[in-house]
Design a protein around this ligand. Structure first.
Ligand code: 5CA
Ligand code: ZN
Length: 426
């Protein structure tokens, strides 16, 4: 499907360092080692409601990865999916007496607007589950033919992956069986379904149910795809195996990313699915995780509608580290608004404190597992020094250089401070 327009990306002098990120599978911060073209898959929205600040924080973190790789001289092949058919979508459409397709299209359109406003670089491939169904079916048929999947014996037409035959199972999350069973039950799995070979076997295909949409499926059985095979198929068909980063929120560590990896590794008989699994922490509100099921949501579009500058939203979300669970508060936003105004005043000066150290520092902080609080502190210090104006070494070029660096690396557009170069989407 259509993604969204690319923001302008200033080019910076020199090039950035090797990016280090925390990999869930290895449990430590590791250097990313992309080829000329870095490859990244990020789990996208299920479009049954508007984009909330938790989603935004997650897509922002991966946007920084995209920016850091580009700054280091790589092209980036970025893929993001849209889960435009799944239980929550059908349930919401049913509740509101709305066509599920209309709901999904509307919320996906709003998501595009939010991502554009937040200055997030668009994916090369923005791929819906529905448009992928024929290719997902081919993958499920392969697993069936190889005896790695089975059709349940109860006439439902449901197909499961036999995880006992998947040697890498558990390698992504590192969880023990009890933890897996608990999270599987909490997050849409069906450990107690009679007739499964193993309680942890995940659904690949759900045979047609009355009143639910369906498509032609494996071995001619109509139905709709399971969730994990959706992301495995889309990643395999766009960036292949062994890509650099598989991303999403920490709520996807298990079961979703474990099973996506296991499906793809079974299909290709190779490892790994991704070289690093990167997970963002959860954004909450009033002491609880922000989630559609709890209803404690702050929507990006609502804030925009209230006249909040999207760059202040961006700065507010980046003021915490991506791996720290944190809460959205009114204070967080007002601090970001003040900071944005200060930065804007500083980059509008005729001269500022030396900029080379700021650029170096920004690159260094962000390359260290996206230390955004550290990066922001550097710009704060530069702005204060420049606005105080008592530095003998004030440089004419500094405000523009810092403006470009903040724009290119943090994605915070302060003003049109440079002649922008069109984003090279090679
Ligand atoms: N469509 C699936 C992924 S294939 C899905 O999880 N959709 S979602 O709409 O629920 O979430 C979209 C993305 O935002 C996912 O990467 C998810 O992990 C992340 N996310 C969801 N809630 C939060 C939150 N409260 N804080 C941070 N990230 C979140
Ligand atoms: Zn996914």
């Amino acid at each position: 499907m259509l993604a969204w327009p690319a923001p302008l990306l200033p080019t910076l002098p020199g090039s950035g360092p090797v990016l280090k990120l925390h990999d869930t599978a290895r449990g430590e911060v590791v250097a990313t080692t992309p080829d000329r073209t870095a490859r990244m898959y990020v789990c996208g929205i299920t479009p049954y409601d508007a984009t909330h600040l938790g989603h935004a924080a997650t897509f922002l973190a991966f946007d920084l990865i995209n920016r850091m790789w580009r700054d280091a001289g790589h092209a980036v092949h970025y893929v993001q999916n849209v889960t435009d058919i799944d239980d929550p979508l059908l349930e919401r459409a049913e509740r509101d007496g709305e066509d599920w397709i209309v709901l999904a299209m509307r919320e996906t359109a709003l998501f595009r607007e939010d991502m554009t406003a937040l200055g997030i670089l668009p994916p090369e491939n923005f791929v819906g589950a529905v448009e992928s169904i024929p290719r997902i079916v081919v993958r499920i048929e392969t697993l069936l033919e190889e005896g790695l999947a089975y059709v349940l014996d109860d006439g439902s037409g449901d197909v499961y992956h036999d995880v006992a035959q998947a040697p890498g199972f558990g390698g992504e999350s590192g969880y023990d069986e009890a933890t897996m069973l608990r999270l599987f039950a909490e997050r849409g799995g069906d450990p107690d379904r009679p007739g499964k070979r193993n309680r942890l076997d995940p659904l690949l295909w759900r045979g047609e149910r009355p009143g639910e949409p369906s498509w032609p499926g494996p071995q001619g059985v109509a139905g709709r795809p399971g969730w994990h095979i959706e992301c495995a198929t889309i990643a395999l068909d766009t960036i292949g195996m062994g890509f650099d980063v598989q991303g999403g929120g920490s709520d996807l560590v298990f079961p979703h990313h474990e099973y996506s990896a296991v499906h793809a590794e079974a299909l290709t008989a190779t490892k790994p699915f991704a070289r690093a699994y990167v997970h963002t922490a959860m954004i909450g509100l009033d002491g609880e995780k922000m989630s559609k099921s709890k209803g404690n949501l702050v929507f990006v579009s609502r804030l925009r509608g209230d006249g909040v500058d999207p760059m202040a939203i961006r700065l507010a979300l980046l003021s915490g580290h991506y791996r720290t669970d944190r809460f959205w508060t009114a204070d967080l936003l007002s601090t970001a608004e003040e900071r944005l105004a200060t930065w804007r005043r500083a980059v509008a000066l005729d001269a500022g404190a030396p900029a080379a150290a700021v650029l170096l520092g920004l690159r260094e902080r962000l390359a260290d597992d996206l230390d955004t609080p550290g990066a922001i502190a550097l710009v704060d210090a530069w702005a204060q020094q420049s606005l105080a104006g008592d530095d003998a070494d004030l440089e004419d070029e500094a405000p523009r250089m810092v403006c470009d660096a903040v724009d290119a690396l943090l994605g915070v557009a302060l003003e049109p401070c440079a002649e922008p170069t069109a984003l090279d989407r090679g």
